[in-house]
Design a protein around this ligand. Structure first.
Ligand SMILES: Cc1cc2nc3c(=O)[nH]c(=O)nc-3n(C[C@H](O)[C@H](O)[C@H](O)COP(=O)(O)OP(=O)(O)OC[C@H]3O[C@@H](n4cnc5c(N)ncnc54)[C@H](O)[C@@H]3O)c2cc1C
Length: 380
């Protein structure tokens, strides 16, 4: 076994970390407070090639692997959960399905601008009555000549207000057993009949755009159908497996940030005449946090590595998502505790880590859904 990162992976970490420290970190408090989507930061990330890491150069990407991408999300997430979430969503949900299942023409038209960082992408799966049970999709796409006419409603969709395209899941018919066939269709956000509103007032990841979408007789050419129409459901399960690695990476970044802040504060803060890091109660918290961060990193990187080796990675992606995001929440909670009353104040940032981490236990499959995925893999 070899736990060393490659030269490219190490360089990616340094490049993204330098950018995150210099450009994103100083803005993180304001992004959260104002709940403002940092479009200019995404433009800079695009110019640096960060938004195209896992895509081949022929489609405008940087030709990196999943592990490099996971490391990049970790580094962005370490300084700003909002930016990290929108980064993970545009790459894993907005662009990757086109890379996995798109035709050459679709890749050239839709993937290339995203990989080059000139456009953002979005993935509309969740509906008001179809969350964990995504198979309960009610949105429909009916054939009409060379087009599909799409009607329905999507909720909680990341990046939609700033995206050029949304990959929308919709029922396109019934199979021989009478079950709904769910397909994925690329919908340009300037299509007539599409309304995108972003009025949610969120607990965390406040600078990440989250939108509601109404599709009212939206006409899209049939050539925008993504992949095999009969396999739309399996395609989005595969997409979510990949996406879970990036949400896990984001959790890892927040957990690392919580540990870093808590350790620095514990060494500095004096009570009873000594630094609080001298107290065993505080040391044990830090020891547990450090161990969990290391374990989370191991499973996140393993899941990414398996994907890069074209080996099955669904179970490990669920392990990684579940463990890293719950680690992030625990670590952020302990970081607040170690900061005492100061930790409860916005300027110390650890309370933001907790609010941001909470979303990670919900989005792209809740913790309960991850446990269901794992149990199914165990043959239950
Ligand atoms: C900020 C944010 C960004 C998001 N971004 C996107 C996006 O870009 N694209 C997108 O499509 N969606 C997105 N989502 C939606 C997200 O994926 C869903 O919220 C999530 O899948 C849960 O669905 P739900 O909210 O309907 O909860 P529900 O499915 O109603 O779940 C409610 C509770 O019941 C539990 N539960 C449900 N079924 C079971 C079961 N069988 N066994 C045990 N427990 C169960 C759940 O775990 C949860 O605790 C986003 C959500 C948020 C909050």
């Amino acid at each position: 076994m070899n736990f060393e990162l490659t030269k490219e992976q190490t360089m990616t970490r340094k490049m993204v970390s330098d950018f995150a420290e210099a450009v994103i970190k100083p803005r993180a408090v304001e992004i959260d407070k104002e709940a403002s989507f940092p479009l200019d930061i995404f433009e800079q990330m695009g110019e640096l090639g960060i938004l195209g890491i896992p895509f081949p150069e022929e489609y405008g990407g940087s030709g990196g692997d999943t592990l490099s991408y996971a490391i990049a999300v970790e580094e962005v997430g370490r300084v700003c959960g909002s930016t990290g979430l929108s980064f993970a969503a545009t790459v894993s949900l907005g662009a990757s399905p086109i890379y996995y299942f798109g035709t050459k023409e679709q890749k050239e038209k839709f993937l290339t601008p995203m990989a080059e960082g000139k456009a953002l992408g979005s993935f509309g799966l969740t509906e008001p009555n179809a969350g964990s049970d995504a198979g309960g999709t009610k949105t429909t796409a009916e054939e009409d000549g060379d087009d599909y006419i799409i009607n329905g409603e999507k909720c909680f969709i990341t990046n939609a207000s700033f995206a050029k395209t949304i990959i929308v899941t919709a029922v396109t018919g019934k199979n021989e057993r009478g079950k709904n066939i769910i397909s994925a269709i690329i919908v340009p956000t300037d299509a007539e009949g599409l309304t995108i509103t972003s009025d949610y007032d969120k607990m965390g990841v406040r600078g990440s755009d989250t939108a509601e979408i109404v599709l009212d007789n939206v006409r899209v050419p049939k050539e925008n159908l993504l992949g095999d129409p009969q396999k739309g459901f399996n395609q989005f399960l595969y997409t979510l497996d990949g996406g879970r690695i990036s949400i896990a990476s984001l959790g890892l970044g927040i957990a690392q940030a919580s540990l870093d802040k808590a350790l620095a504060y514990a060494k500095e803060r004096k009570q009873f005449g000594k630094p609080i890091s001298d107290f065993q109660a505080i040391q044990f918290k830090l020891a547990d946090m450090a161990m969990e961060v290391e374990l989370a990193r191991n499973i996140v990187y393993k899941a990414a590595w398996l994907k890069d080796q074209d080996k099955p990675f669904s179970k490990e992606a669920a392990y990684a998502k579940l463990y890293a995001t719950e680690t992030a929440f625990r670590a952020a909670n302990q970081a607040i505790q170690i900061h005492g009353g100061y930790g409860y104040m916005r300027e110390y940032e650890v309370e933001r880590y907790l609010r941001d981490a909470k979303l990670l236990e919900i989005g792209e499959g809740t913790s309960e859904v991850q446990r269901m995925v794992i149990a199914r893999q165990l043959g239950c």
